[in-house]
Design a protein around this ligand. Structure first.
Ligand code: SAH
Ligand code: SF4
Length: 391
């Protein structure tokens, strides 16, 4: 780094609000730490020590960075923060799924879910408090959109969940999915930074990180432009425009042909994974004649298809498709050469669908009905794909 840049960074840090250590891509964090320690006259290796505390050791606060003298910790705290979200509740399912409800510094509530499956441990994280997309089958929406999460708030869910998982015998987190509350590609800047933190900071391989979107085309193209091979999940839910628009309002803004074009562009990158999520609602989007249409779309972009039994939410009298219908769809896809799986619900006994815990907490706090009943709460499907294919 040039001296000039370094000086400007130090100046920028002086007198400004302390910055979240998890809020920078790793190279930027190291550069800022180096500038900080140079400006305080501390040895250069302090930057590396702090980097390890942030990404590897996972200490909950700067105070816990015990290989730094107290005076240096104090100076560090003037320029930087490191805060874990507060654990409001943790619910454990009989199947091992563990769901956290976290409280952020301003009292906002977000959820994350740990899903053990075989030798994998998948963490499902939130990217927004609430969601503004208003999909008609999803629980997150009813409480409405509250605010964007910062990159550090997204990454902190990983850090706090990793510590909990280690303490409770779950082992290391192997995969991360952005399938908690919110639409990640409606919070792109923060999500892009957090992707780098997960990948280059916490060391989760890009192919083990999946961003799930309801179809924000410019966001998909941005993701396609990144060199890393992050996975992409498209919440499709219907293979024809009118039906899709009735479930996913964003269809009107980014219609299926444009969405498929963006997925094709994403797919052009070598080794990238695309999954279609299809929540099956009885009598709504599970007509037999839709299965070949879904197969055609999936085949055109070589997508893997997850068929997810709809998880009933309050204020909607829909029910999941029958087992037979789910299997029928799978068989049609299979016959068309499309890999597909029926996802078993996980953690149903603990409301593991993301959005549900926050929803009930809000009801308890406010004693009220949803503010926007039309928008359903983001139940990240209870079938968060713990075992996405890895090609
Ligand atoms: N906003 C992003 C990511 C969060 S939602 C997206 O929509 O992709 C994660 C997944 O949960 C999506 O595939 C969503 O369609 C699914 N989902 C939402 N509500 C559901 C419900 N009631 N039953 C089953 N799956 C649901
Ligand atoms: Fe938002 Fe839920 Fe739709 Fe995902 S499925 S975009 S979380 S309303």
């Amino acid at each position: 780094m040039s001296e000039k840049l370094e000086r400007s960074r130090s100046a920028e840090m002086e007198g400004s609000e302390p910055q979240d250590l998890l809020g920078f891509v790793p190279a930027e964090l190291v550069a800022r730490l180096e500038a900080h320690f140079r400006s305080t006259g501390a040895p250069a290796y302090r930057a590396e020590q702090v980097r390890r505390w942030v990404y590897e050791t996972g200490v909950p606060s700067i105070d816990g960075m015990t290989n730094l003298p107290a005076s240096e910790r104090e100076l560090l705290q003037r320029s930087f923060t490191l805060t874990d979200p507060a654990e409001v509740t943790v619910s454990r399912s009989v199947d091992g799924t563990a769901k956290h409800l976290w409280r952020l510094a301003d009292g906002e509530l977000v959820e994350s879910v740990l899903i053990p499956a075989g030798d994998r441990l998948t963490l499902c994280i939130s990217s927004q408090a609430g969601c503004a997309m208003g999909c008609t089958f999803c629980a997150t929406g009813w409480a409405g959109f509250s605010r964007q999460l910062s990159p550090g708030e997204i990454a902190a869910q990983f850090r706090a969940s990793r510590r909990w998982a280690e303490a409770n015998g779950y082992g290391p987190i192997s995969n991360v999915v952005y399938m908690g509350m919110g639409e990640p590609l409606a919070n792109r800047e923060a999500v892009h930074t957090s992707l780098s933190v997960l990948n280059r900071g916490f060391g989760i391989g890009a192919r083990r990180i999946t961003v799930s979107t309801v179809g924000v085309v410019p966001g998909i193209l941005e993701l396609a432009a990144r060199p890393e091979q992050f996975g992409l999940a498209i919440s499709l839910h219907a293979p024809v425009p009118e039906l899709r628009a009735s479930l996913v309002p964003l269809e009107k803004r980014y219609p299926l042909p444009a969405l498929m074009e963006a997925v094709r562009t994403f797919r052009e990158g070598q080794g990238r994974r695309v999954t279609f999520e299809y929540t099956m609602i009885r009598g709504v989007n599970d007509a037999e004649e839709l299965a070949p249409k879904l197969a055609e779309l999936a085949r055109s972009v070589r997508a893997f298809v997850n068929l997810i039994p709809y998880n009933p939410i309050p204020y909607k009298d829909w029910i999941p498709s029958t087992r037979e219908r789910l299997e029928r769809f799978r068989a049609v896809l299979d016959a068309a050469g499309v890999s597909a799986a029926v996802r078993e619900p996980r953690g149903r006994d603990i409301d593991a669908a993301c959005g549900q815990l926050r929803a009930s907490a809000l009801v308890q706090m406010e004693g009220s009905r949803p503010r926007r009943a039309r928008m359903s709460v983001n139940a990240v499907s209870d079938a968060v794909p713990a075992n996405l294919p890895e090609e």
